[in-house]
Design a protein around this ligand. Structure first.
Ligand code: ADP
Ligand code: ZN
Ligand code: ZN
Length: 722
């Protein structure tokens, strides 16, 4: 190894770092962020720990161009990048890319241009000039932009004073990204169950070592207040804290809640943050001025300087799994980050994932159980409505029992929530005359009618077309029928039945983005809405104090999917959405419309016996060797045409190493056989726990013919659907 060479990892699809020459006078250490030449251009990279490649002639190495004056990527984050790459079987450079998301942040932050009083009084004083001097005599600089209107004078007055030398150029440091949270700003009085759990978390933070806690507490049990105590303790100890939430729609209320507890809003991090905001948060996290971040899964890759705690709220949520690009599960990777960084990780949920529950049962995680709601608020009374005996009227979707409950709720001045996990008006449109069904041209899925927008939309690729007035095949007029309900259709029924009620539809395809969503959630919380109709967006974590009734329009919806996780997912969704009711106390009810009231999932929700569901589901997984009792990986083989995808998948299957313990299944058509114009086949690898799945797959792919033409192979370790 040569002393004046260095390994630089680049944020590209490359496995290892490249070797560069260190120019004279530059000192580099692992983690330093640098700019290096690559081909005809220069790009950002980071000094990595691998020994430089000594085989390349020194005179052929290109020099590092520049070292940024920025905090280095600290060691545990570098190990995290390596670890995630190995686990997800992704080139290391692609993981580094997730860290270097906001490279502009490396430049010093621009100061704000300002003007200040120089001390020189102008020869002639007008009333307007006096006004300006009156406000600026203390010598404090004021921002240039908007100065004249802020002082109520014309721009010419300001310009005149600058010309006279009375006002001179100055700068103001930009305001901090987030004010410092105060761990003792407003400490709540904890309830009996909460005290013990909070004490356990505080002790974990004090120990300052890796450990995972699972807060398993019913909806409304006060999990947030409990983990806030862990956050407070981390802050007291000078460590940064990260809280992950599955849905950015949730963060609006959450930021306020955090601010009430800590006296300052945390920094937020998600994909809808403007670029400038991202840069500032990235830098603040790196230089340590930001102490607490609330963010989406990608926040796990921020370059924290002294991270001491990660909370994963709603840890069961499937939104933590990233399915495109790097396929990783943020909950699992949070645990890894805690392990590498030697700090505790807290998972919280009212409906823990089977994985986390088993980890807790087997003693790997510490389980903190909160079985009752805070201040003895009652859980809703839950009832299944058997649609076979209590059907809705023809062409309607709400059964008379539910409608009556809504009337009562409305009369009592409380809110109702109708939940249906289907966006749009109808999931399928067909022609009554010729039977034509509207299908997406790019995917194997039906087009969903969105009546408010007058369009048919594919929910997988975003393709949309205007809803035609006649059938494109047989040209019949007025022959198109909408089959089944989506939330828009339920809203239509609500408008017809309750014309005076204030109703609102909440689903993820609202046009106004996050801001509109937050405004509407706030309207619900403030009581400006009587009936909420929503998709799973409303099921998650929200606090709607006025909500006294929840109606699940189709409780069987998720159960029909032939996926071993369907039961778990449906159970979680139903428990979460029914758990929105009655959180502020008082009597509340939840109804599940179902054709299968005896299904174990429906029965567990209706009886409130979640333990019955967990024991049954865990046992079923154990018997069949499914996760977490076995390991799974999916290989999705896709291509522009079906034949290429299939033949490559079959070729891979033939090359699968003979293995006694690992089993390769398939190829079969992937759950979405065509997606965005690509045909997809799937191979599944099943292996016992502890088996080196990544090693097996790496060896297998290395010995197989590489994909050619449009063929791509995507590896999904621990797939969520299988
Ligand atoms: P969970 O996250 O378990 O669903 P939350 O933490 O949102 O529950 O708490 C439910 C409700 O109870 C919230 O309105 C919260 O403000 C309130 N609450 C919980 N713990 C306390 C406490 N110790 N003091 C005051 N209010 C609390
Ligand atoms: Zn037709
Ligand atoms: Zn599509």
């Amino acid at each position: 190894m040569q002393a004046d060479t260095v390994s630089i990892l680049l944020p590209l699809a490359v496995e290892g770092p490249y070797t560069y020459r260190v120019p004279h006078g530059l000192t580099l250490a692992p983690g330093d962020i640098v700019r290096v030449p690559l081909g005809p251009r220069e790009m950002l990279g980071a000094v990595w720990d691998d020994p430089p490649d000594g085989s390349v002639g020194h005179n052929r190495l290109r020099p590092v161009a520049h070292r940024y004056d920025a905090p280095p990527i600290e060691e545990s984050l570098r190990r995290f990048v390596d670890w995630v790459a190995r686990y997800t079987m992704t080139p290391r450079g692609m993981i580094l890319r997730m860290v270097l998301r906001a490279p502009e942040a490396l430049l010093p932050e621009r100061a704000i241009a300002a003007l200040r009083f120089s001390g020189t009084v102008p020869a002639r004083l007008t009333p307007a000039r006096e006004t300006v001097l009156g406000r600026m005599a203390d010598g404090q600089p004021l921002p240039k932009t908007g100065l004249s209107s802020a002082l109520g004078v014309s721009p010419a007055v300001i310009a005149g004073l600058v010309a006279q030398g009375t006002l001179v150029e100055a700068t103001i440091a930009p305001p901090p990204v987030a004010a410092l949270p105060d761990p003792d700003h407003a400490r709540p009085e904890l309830g009996t169950g909460q005290i013990e759990a909070a004490e356990a978390l505080r002790a974990m933070v004090d120990a300052g070592s890796y450990e995972v806690a699972l807060i398993d507490g019913v909806t409304g049990s006060g999990k947030t207040e409990v983990y806030f105590e862990a956050v407070a303790e981390a802050l007291r100890r000078g460590r940064q804290a990260l809280i992950l939430l599955p849905e950015i729609a949730l963060t609006g209320d959450f930021l306020d809640r955090f601010a009430r507890r800590f006296g300052a809003r945390p920094a937020e991090w998600h994909s809808e943050l403007p670029q400038r905001g991202r840069e500032r948060v990235w830098r603040g996290v790196a230089d340590g001025t930001v102490r607490a971040v609330v963010g989406a899964r990608s926040a796990l890759f921020l370059p924290f300087r002294e991270l001491g705690l990660v909370i994963v709220d709603e840890e069961h949520d499937a939104a933590y799994k990233q399915d495109e690009g790097v396929t990783y599960h943020a909950r699992d990777m949070a645990v890894v980050r805690g392990n590498l960084g030697a700090f505790p990780v807290v998972l919280a949920s009212a409906t823990p994932s089977i994985e986390s529950r088993v980890n807790a049962d087997q003693g790997r995680y510490r389980r903190l159980h909160l079985p009752a709601r805070f201040r003895a608020a009652k859980l809703p009374e839950i009832r299944a409505i058997d649609l076979r005996t209590d059907p809705p009227e023809r062409g309607r979707f709400l059964s008379p029992v539910l409608v009556k409950a809504m009337e009562e709720t409305l009369a009592a001045g409380s809110q109702s929530l109708l939940f249906l996990n289907r966006r749009g008006y109808a999931p399928l449109t067909l022609c009554r005359t010729c039977g034509h069904r509207f299908q997406c041209p790019n995917c194997s899925s039906w087009l969903v009618e969105h009546r408010f927008r007058g369009q048919l939309v594919c929910h997988h690729c975003g393709h949309s077309e205007p809803r035609p007035s006649h059938c494109p095949i047989c040209a019949s007029e007025d022959s198109l029928v909408a089959c089944g309900p989506g939330v828009e259709r339920i809203a239509e029924e609500v408008a017809a039945r309750f014309p005076d009620a204030r109703a609102i539809v909440l689903s993820s395809d609202m046009q106004g983005g996050v801001q509109q969503m937050r405004a509407e959630l706030e309207a619900i919380r403030s009581g400006a809405v009587d009936i909420v109709i929503g998709t799973q967006l409303v099921a998650k974590g929200h606090n709607f104090p006025g909500l006294a009734l929840v109606g699940v329009v189709d409780a069987d919806l998720g159960l029909a999917q032939g996926d071993p996780r369907a039961a778990e997912r449906t159970f979680q969704l139903l428990a979460q959405v029914t758990g929105r009711a009655g959180r502020a106390g008082g009597d509340s009810r939840a109804f599940l419309q179902t054709y299968a009231p005896d299904h174990p999932v429906i029965a567990a929700i209706a009886s409130g016996d979640s333990e019955a569901f967990y024991q049954r589901e865990i046992e079923a997984r154990r018997v069949s060797g499914l996760p977490p009792f076995g390991r799974l990986a999916g290989l999705i083989v896709s291509a522009a045409d079906r034949a290429s995808a299939m033949s490559h998948a079959q070729a891979l299957r033939r090359m699968a190493p003979p293995e006694d313990v690992a089993m390769v299944l398939g190829p079969s058509e992937a759950p979405l056989a065509v997606l965005r114009g690509r045909h997809r086949f799937r191979l599944l690898v099943r292996a016992p726990r502890g088996f080196d799945l990544q090693g097996f797959i790496a060896g297998w792919l290395a010995a197989s013919p590489p994909p050619r033409g449009s063929v791509k192979v995507q590896i999904d370790i621990d797939p969520l659907s299988f």
